[in-house]
Design a protein around this ligand. Structure first.
Ligand SMILES: [Zn+2]
Length: 220
């Protein structure tokens, strides 16, 4: 029953789907998460840390926590085909496409605390390109799970590889980790850069250099 990052979205069709509205955001989404159970756990969590779930300020907190966590982990219940939709288009040419500064918000799997930042993506097409807005959707699908930053980069790169079968893909993730900053460790390394390179981005140093130089010039 532990939904590992690799098992996301596959065998969940049989579970009940509910529409949830996120307070203050105007955002509505469908979820199969057992919200009542999560709510009960959140109330217990409050007790364990020494709080009183019955005090006024916390009365609605377990419900909010349950909804927020359903949202923050909704990537487990998304599928790549659905996320990409019909946005793969035929294209000629093999110029590098670079998409810079895609925002992400994720939760570290070691402490359940946020890490967030930007993803930069480059690929060299081999007959297929993807609508620009879909890169943000792919990033979001993998960020809205428990993650480590290294795996986030790899999963995004592999997803683009799967969808576009390009000559190569490069993904660079820059993240700030609250689990490090708030616990007072490694403050000097709180901003972390990880990358994943596939195909010509891995094999050809010139291609990799070209991608990284795109990331250096201008603001992301
Ligand atoms: Zn952590």
């Amino acid at each position: 029953m532990s939904p590992g990052p690799q098992s996301g979205g596959q065998e969940r069709g049989s579970m009940e789907r509910k529409m949830v509205e996120l307070e203050d955001t105007g955002l509505t989404f469908a979820t199969e998460v057992d919200l009542e159970r999560l709510q009960a756990l959140a109330a217990e969590w409050l007790q364990v840390i020494g709080e009183d779930p019955g005090r006024e300020g916390l009365l609605k907190t377990p419900e909010r926590v349950a909804k927020a966590w359903a949202f923050l982990t909704r990537g487990y219940r998304q599928r790549l085909e659905e996320v990409v939709g019909g946005a793969v288009f035929p294209a000629e040419g093999s110029e590098m496409v670079v998409v810079k500064g895609v925002e992400f918000y994720s939760m570290c799997e070691h402490h359940l605390l946020p890490f967030f930042g930007k993803v930069h993506i480059g690929y060299i097409p081999d007959g297929k390109i993807l609508g620009l807005s879909k890169f943000a959707r792919i990033v979001d699908m993998f960020a809205r799970r428990l993650q480590v930053q290294e795996r986030l980069a790899v999963q995004i790169a592999e997803a683009i590889q799967e969808v576009l079968e390009p000559q190569g893909v490069g993904v660079v993730v820059e993240g700030v980790h609250l689990c490090m900053m708030m616990r007072g460790v490694e403050k000097q390394h709180s901003r972390t850069v990880t990358s994943a390179m596939l195909g010509v981005f891995r094999e050809n140093q010139k291609t990799r250099e070209e991608f990284l130089s795109h990331l250096r010039d201008g603001t992301a």
